[in-house]
Design a protein around this ligand. Structure first.
Ligand SMILES: Nc1ncnc2c1ncn2[C@@H]1O[C@H](COP(=O)(O)OP(=O)(O)O)[C@@H](O)[C@H]1O
Ligand SMILES: [Mg+2]
Length: 696
């Protein structure tokens, strides 16, 4: 699929122009610089452009056209598309702008051309894009300033400007690409299609992308899961801080913001997320150049103490370990290094070190089984021959089965060395921190590659009972459900604290006796979401007098805070002690759907903000990961001789919630807060629940 898009025999440029400086001219010129395909300009007003016969219409062209590149103004694109359809053209790149990104009328035009493409089965790139480049087929169907160098990185970008920036940067650094795609508005072909393509593309080893969003979240996760097992996928996604425009009332929604789903989805599907364009390019170059390290043990080789320490700090803070060497390594280093040299990690060959010392030290370090990867630092002292050292590094890097990342540090005096590295497609990281971060990305991918993605096991539940509770709520016009919907949890086998409803004081006293003191009393009202805030929670009631007093104050407090709230009664619960409060929530993300949240819970959850996210459905490993990745995990796992909490019970509950929210898309928000987790082996209990149903 998409083969002829990237390797067409005959290409038509609809809107080709004779005028230098026009997009229709630039595209034509770029295409002509390629080889192996015939280029035909289409323009009704001229008969010849750049020596090529020009046709008025694609329908006049006698040959079969494989690809049409459209550069006419937006308003003329629908009729151009229609003609492409009639001419049986399978692929179209719409470079023209003025669509969804521009105006409502543009959005209408975009729908129109997408429908035409659909009608004829045309696959379309764009609109509003820079075009596409394939270095292996020598195709430059874009208005980029120059053709990319060949290489093994496939890049796609939702921003045309980022395409030009990257290509220009690559022009200077010599970084090569297999394919380069400007996605534009993604009206038809989008990141998922190209991820699939890159996976199968022999000339691609690394996949990089700049995205502002994904078109189809669940499909993206499916595709990415498969692709990342074969090739590294590095994505920089913008809009990290944009505040969601939806009104959110749940903790999960508030804490998730707009970006948590992307972070979770990327992590779950093995995508390496870069925080900036620079980071994306750094990582891509690392993957493009180096073998994967077997582990996280790093050796640092330097000619300057300070740089060595900074690098060690960077390794440490990012989770790479500064390795200890074998005896033999130290002995061999000592043989050739000067007396004052540092033989332990970081290895310091000293300021006057020449290429031979670097070479010797590198060879010794590479032979040490405790070394998985090396960071080499070169600072330009008066006697340092940087280009000579660079040549030595190149020689060793080319044959090494371990990654050796370089930081020739400085400016003017390292430029020649850097150029040499670039010539051999070896990156020079401008700072040791960037080299270290890139090495970390290589390490991370080693574990992503082997990660199993097993589907979650279906847990036996009483789905009918749950359905009935939801149906009843919908029938009675309710959207927000509180404690009265605890039955839903029970139907899914989630343990719930012993509780009873009461409509008035005598009933309340009676159910308290039934449950057994001490008890907790909670207000039940469709209008009250957070009961604590309005005096609607009374804890630790020990006898009937306590209950009476609590009931009366509760009613008057609630009336005071919320005079108009409709109160249906109270719920009495067994007072539970000796556990830890956690929260399990779900909020529907517009792109990825059910986003689960786990965190240390109770009334402080929004203050502590110590939570983790995952897109449902999740398997037990992901549930375990959610729990283990919060900062306060040690409190749950047991600190200072404390018994650990029942982590198995939490995993079990997370899996049940995952299944529940998958089974009922009608639930838009769901939250158990708190889930009281008892010590290991003693289970957990839901004490409060809140959910919102979709408005229909
Ligand atoms: N059955 C119970 N046993 C012990 N403590 C409870 C119980 N129910 C609630 N609590 C405490 O009261 C807090 C608030 O109760 P909750 O039902 O979550 O009300 P809301 O979240 O509406 O304010 C909980 O975080 C917990 O600390
Ligand atoms: Mg609560």
């Amino acid at each position: 699929m998409l083969d002829k898009l990237f390797d067409p025999d005959v290409i038509a440029v609809i809107g080709a122009s004779r005028t230098e400086g026009k997009v229709g001219h630039a595209v034509l010129k770029n295409l002509l610089q390629g080889a192996g395909h015939k280029v035909i300009p289409i323009n009704p007003n001229v008969t010849e452009i750049l020596g090529l016969k020009c046709y008025a219409d694609v329908l006049d062209v006698p040959e079969k056209i494989d690809l049409a590149v459209i550069v006419v103004p937006a308003a003329a694109v629908p009729s151009a598309m229609e003609k492409c359809g009639q001419a049986h053209i399978s692929y179209v790149v719409v470079i023209s702008a003025g669509f969804k990104e521009a105006s409502l009328e543009g959005a209408r035009l975009e729908r129109e051309i997408t429908a035409i493409a659909g009608k004829y089965g045309i696959r379309m790139v764009g609109p509003n894009c820079l075009g596409i480049i394939d270095t292996s087929s020598s195709l430059n169907a874009s208005f980029a300033a120059s053709m990319a160098f060949p290489g093994n990185i496939a890049m796609m970008s939702q921003s045309g400007a980022i395409c030009t920036v990257t290509l220009d940067w690559a022009d200077r650094t010599g970084v090569g690409f297999s394919k380069f795609i400007s996605l534009g508005n993604k009206a038809d072909l989008a990141e998922n299609d190209f991820l699939e393509l890159f996976r199968k593309d022999d000339s691609t080893a690394v996949i990089a992308a700049y995205l502002e969003g994904v078109k189809d979240g669940p499909r993206f996760m499916d595709v990415a899961r498969n692709v990342t097992r074969e090739k590294p996928v590095i994505i920089v996604k913008s809009g990290r801080t944009a505040v969601g425009s939806r009104a959110v009332s749940s903790h999960t929604g508030t804490l998730a913001g707009s970006d948590a789903a992307y972070t979770a989805a990327f992590r779950q599907s093995g995508v390496i997320r870069a925080d900036s364009l620079e980071e994306m390019l750094d990582y891509s170059r690392a993957f493009s150049t180096y073998p994967l390290p077997r582990g996280k043990k790093v050796a640092i080789l330097t000619n300057a103490g300070g740089l060595g320490i900074l690098t060690a700090d960077a390794c440490h803070s990012i989770g790479l370990s500064i390795t200890s060497f074998e005896e033999e390594t130290i002995t061999k280093l000592r043989q050739k290094l000067p007396e004052a040299a540092g033989l332990y990690n970081p290895v310091d060959v000293l300021g006057d070190a020449g290429p031979q010392l670097y070479e010797h030290a590198l060879e010794v370090l590479l032979a040490d089984p405790n070394v998985d990867g090396i960071i080499v630092l070169v600072s330009p002292q008066a006697m340092t021959d940087v280009p000579a050292i660079a040549k030595s590094l190149i020689k060793i890097i080319k044959t090494s089965d371990k990654p050796i990342l370089c930081n020739l540090a400085g400016g003017t005096r390292i430029a020649a060395g850097e150029e040499l590295l670039n010539k051999h497609s070896i990156p020079n990281y401008p700072s040791s921190e960037r080299a270290v971060a890139s090495l970390k990305a290589l390490c991370d991918y080693s574990s992503i590659k082997v990660k199993e993605h097993t589907a979650p096991v279906t847990i036996p539940v009483n789905r009918e009972a749950a359905q009935k509770i939801i149906d009843d709520a919908i029938a009675s016009g309710r959207r927000t459900l509180g404690l009265e919907s605890m039955g839903l949890l029970k139907a899914y086998g989630i343990p719930v604290v012993r509780s009873r409803m009461a409509g008035n004081l005598p009933e309340a006293i009676a159910v308290c006796e039934e449950i057994g003191y001490p008890v907790v009393m909670k207000i039940i009202s469709p209008d009250i979401s957070h009961k604590t805030d309005v005096g609607g929670i009374k804890l630790n009631l020990r006898n009937a007098e306590d209950v009476e007093r609590a009931y009366l104050t509760m009613m008057s407090d609630v009336k005071h805070y919320m005079p108009n709230a409709h109160i249906t009664g109270v719920q009495v619960q067994q007072m539970v002690t000796g556990g830890k409060e956690v929260i399990i929530g779900m909020d529907r993300d517009p792109q990825f759907g059910p986003l689960l949240m786990f965190g240390l819970g109770g009334v402080y959850v929004e203050f502590l903000k110590d939570v983790s996210f995952a897109v449902a459905p999740i398997n037990d490993k992901e549930a375990q990961h959610m729990i283990a990745s919060i900062k306060t995990y040690p409190l749950i796992a047991g600190v200072r001789g404390e018994t650990p909490s029942d982590i198995k019970a939490m995993i079990d509950t997370l899996l049940k919630v995952s299944q529940l929210v998958m089974d009922f898309p009608f639930l838009t928000e769901f939250e158990i807060n708190p889930l009281m987790v008892m010590p290991e082996g003693k289970g957990c209990l839901a004490m409060d629940v809140r959910m919102t149903l979709r408005k229909e």
